[in-house]
Write a protein that binds this ligand. Sequence first.
Ligand SMILES: *Cc1c(COP(=O)(O)O)cnc(C)c1O
Length: 448
Amino acid sequence: MASRDEVVALDKRRVWHPYTPMRQYVEEGTPLVIERAEGARIWDADGRSFIDGNASWWTCALGHRHPRLMARLKAQSEKLCHVAFAGVTHEPAAALAEALVEVAPEGLGHVFFSDDGSTAVEVALKMSLQKHHNEGRPDKVGFVALVDAFHGETLGVTGLGGMEVFRRPFSKATLPCHHVPRPPAQPSDEGFAEAVAALTATLERHGDTIAAVVLEPCVQGAAGMRFYAPAYLQICRQLCDEHDVMMIADEVFTGYGRTGPMWACHHAGVSPDMLCTAKAFTGGVLPMAATLVSDRVFDAFLGEKERAFYYGHTFCGHALGAAVASEVLAVFREEQVLARAEAKAARIAETFTRLGAHEGMRNGRALGMIGAVDFDTADGYLGKKGWRVYDEALKRGAYLRPLGDTVYVTPPLNIDDDELTTLLGIVEESVEVVRRDEGTPDRAWRME
Ligand SMILES: *Cc1c(COP(=O)(O)O)cnc(C)c1O
């Protein structure tokens, strides 16, 4: 077996990592080399273990290698891994679609499968364009998204992304999109009326050329765990109906109980026309995603053959992924994952509220199994203090990838209480060290 150093040497020779300034990484990067994972922990090649504070980019909602998911994966692999999904079907996919509709917001009666969060949103964008096209409104080709939105990586969704760092090199090649302000956390807060007015004005002025409003409901994850008032979603629902505009909820991050209820849309009691899910969808076991649509959307593709959705990815309906995704839903139901997370969520809220009150910190906040706090700097995503907390947390046994100067946790929903105590303790200590400007100085190979 290759040693840690051999793996790193091979990696630095050949691999291009996501979101990484590669020159600095190759010169001075000290990546974790992870060998195995279980529950809320990951182990590196030196046998050190770390609590996975972000559930591996928000995917492992049930922890790593949940025994039921592993058993289902193994059982399914002995029968069928993948088969083309056009003119073919199988029980794992059909049963999963049924189980998803059962837990989905009301009215979402059909399921289109794809591979990851970006494709789940890409599917929704194309569906919204074609729905209008099929109904004789081919000019509805524009989109509305929130400032600082993040909807993934394909060129289509890049245009909706509101984060300047991610969009800049591509900005001349992207879809037309109106960016409107993110509302504040409470309807009574300053800026709520303005946010509503901006959305209203955009739809009144441009409604004839807008296909859809796309939103991460209640929380913008990649933007730095920015929370906003659910009431905005109710207003958005109404405006979309008035202007014949699709409402697309990107629940890739917020779904599967991350914010408390199964879907963040439930905070507002709103059903979107389309809902995108990925990340926790297979519990972090396999890349797979789904776009759920209302019957009204589905019906717009019926009739003449030209009305059909001529679109599909090679691995659409992947049998292994579908079997595991069904098991995820079964575990949520049978282990009462959402109800049991409530007490853990309260502890996260208590810790992050306290952190936010310290000098040099701001916006201690929490919702469901998300806790976040910001360093009081103006550096945003390219800020460095979060990375210093990352280094301090690693020394203490937690993996806490920040979003610039936002430090956050999004642990597995079923993290056990002792592990959560350890994680929150490490967050507090690490933030404190950096707040006092002690500990390891900044390292250049991260986001610069
Ligand atoms: C992560 C994310 C995506 C993209 O998902 P990928 O699986 O990385 O393609 C889209 N939308 C939101 C809200 C996300 O958090």
